[in-house]
Design a protein around this ligand. Structure first.
Ligand SMILES: NC(=O)c1ccc[n+]([C@@H]2O[C@H](COP(=O)([O-])OP(=O)(O)OC[C@H]3O[C@@H](n4cnc5c(N)ncnc54)[C@H](OP(=O)(O)O)[C@@H]3O)[C@@H](O)[C@H]2O)c1
Length: 162
């Protein structure tokens, strides 16, 4: 299955200012890009903390929320636990062909080896005291660039090279 990482950062790669950051520093245009892209992909995978900072399931998408706690599944929300391979194989059993990995830090880092595409939005701002993501070295190829607004919010699409 295809796993696509969808993330927004500041100019220097800062991607959050605190554990439950609602990302209100992101532009309206990026929120629309995020909604359109993840709706097209159809399934989103996120950690329990990111789910709590969003505050509700994302509509028109199957929401996979990773947690070791016990929550009740709902119409478009499925709580799962396990390592990435177990999560991927349980989604494949449901005939899901692709999913967007939407954070947060823990989920990005554990799923990164299985990601084959990244959509990164760079907001033309600098966040104070931001946190960065940390991965092992991989090589990517730039596929598309898309400027979202006059300020220069940019979306870069990358594919992982073998
Ligand atoms: N800039 C961006 O694009 C972006 C996007 C999303 C989030 N963020 C930021 O990311 C930060 C949150 O990251 P985070 O690392 O603190 O939290 P997180 O990744 O959102 O959630 C971590 C939680 O997810 C659960 N979890 C993760 N992997 C699991 C697995 N394999 N099996 C079962 N449960 C699993 C655990 O929940 P339990 O404790 O319930 O077991 C864990 O405590 C926030 O600051 C947020 O703003 C940024």
């Amino acid at each position: 299955m295809h796993l696509i990482m969808v993330v927004v950062t500041d100019i220097f790669g800062g991607f959050t200012i605190n554990e439950y950051d609602p990302i209100d520093w992101g532009s309206i245009e990026d929120k629309k890009h995020f909604r359109d892209l993840t709706t097209k992909i159809g399934t989103v995978i996120m950690g329990r903390k990111t789910f709590e900072s969003i505050g509700k399931p994302l509509k028109d998408r199957l929401n996979i929320v990773l947690t070791n706690k016990n929550f009740k599944n709902d119409k478009n929300i499925l709580f799962l636990k396990g390592n990435p391979q177990e999560i991927i194989s349980s989604l494949e059993k449901k005939n899901i062909k692709s999913a967007a990995v939407i954070g947060g830090k823990k989920v990005f880092e554990e799923f990164f080896p299985y990601i084959d595409k990244i959509f990164i939005t760079i907001e033309p701002i600098i966040l104070e005291n931001s946190q960065k993501l940390s991965f092992k070295r991989e090589n990517f190829k730039l596929i598309t660039t898309n400027v979202l607004n006059e300020r220069g919010t940019i979306v870069l699409e990358y594919e992982k090279l073998p």
